[in-house]
Write a protein that binds this ligand. Structure first.
Ligand code: G3P
Ligand code: MG
Length: 247
């Protein structure tokens, strides 16, 4: 598995969650600017497909919480999604923000020199096609970038489709609590990293992941002293909302 190839992990140790953490509306271009302003070298964001198969950024299945629209993203074309205000819910100064296409995010990340963790976040029932089309788009959009994006997903079906359509892109499998069969699942997808929710994790689990030659990413760590503890255990990357206080 990943031990047999050169280490593809060339990522910074701090990752801004949903582009700019709590400093900007999530999954927007404004967040990328804020990440750079806070000297963060890498951003995580959530990518899914519109009804007409345009990869774009949104965490939830519907647009209600993070825009002025209503409804399930899976039923909306990208032109309908692009018409929505994705910033005012957060603060009036962000009223111009939209749910950006993956293409516009790629362009901005490359311009700003930001590394990317593209979390494939399929709408219900669209795992395979989302994995395939997002991975294919990432491979095309970042083909000349010095560091390829790290793909990740909670959906093993999506990650398997990503592996088939863009096998050279590094992959990480996302878990909440680490399951007992995590290693088999990670190996099946030939992942380079294991991503886990940080609160239930302990030193021994981090060490057993690392002993398999795998990298680790902990989310969402918003306390600076907890981030230091995780780093002392050998965690490679800390994904945080608090890019202003976690360093
Ligand atoms: O990729 C880490 C983290 O973003 C996973 O959880 O729900 O914030 O996408 P969520
Ligand atoms: Mg995410």
């Amino acid at each position: 598995m990943s031990l047999d190839r050169p280490d593809s992990w060339r990522y910074p140790s701090l990752v801004a969650h949903r582009c700019g953490g709590t400093l900007a509306p999530e999954n927007t271009l404004a967040g990328l600017t804020l990440a750079v302003r806070h000297h963060v070298g890498m951003v995580e964001f959530d990518a899914k497909l519109s009804a007409d198969n345009v990869p774009f950024l949104l965490h939830d299945d519907d647009v209600d919480r993070t825009s002025n629209g209503r409804g399930a993203a899976v039923t909306m074309s990208y032109s309908e999604i692009a018409a929505l205000d994705a910033g005012s819910w957060f603060a009036a100064e962000f009223a111009q923000e939209r749910m950006p296409t993956l293409e516009s995010v790629a362009r901005r990340c490359i311009e700003l020199g930001l590394c990317a963790n593209v979390e494939i976040k399929p709408c219900a029932g669209r795992d395979e096609v989302t994995g395939e089309l997002v991975a294919r788009a990432v491979a095309r959009l970042w083909k000349d970038a010095p560091v390829p994006p790290l793909l990740s997903s909670f959906s093993e079906e999506a990650l398997a489709a990503a592996q088939t359509s863009a096998p050279a892109l590094p992959r990480g499998l996302l878990f909440g609590k680490l399951p007992h069969d995590w290693l088999a699942r990670v190996k099946r997808l030939d992942c380079v990293s294991v991503h886990f929710e940080h609160t239930p994790i302990g030193r021994e689990q981090v060490e057993s992941i690392r002993s398999e030659g795998l990298r680790t990413l902990a989310y969402t760590v918003n306390d600076a002293s907890r981030a230091r503890t995780l780093r002392a255990w050998g965690v490679d990357a800390i994904c945080t909302d608090r890019i202003d206080t976690v360093t």
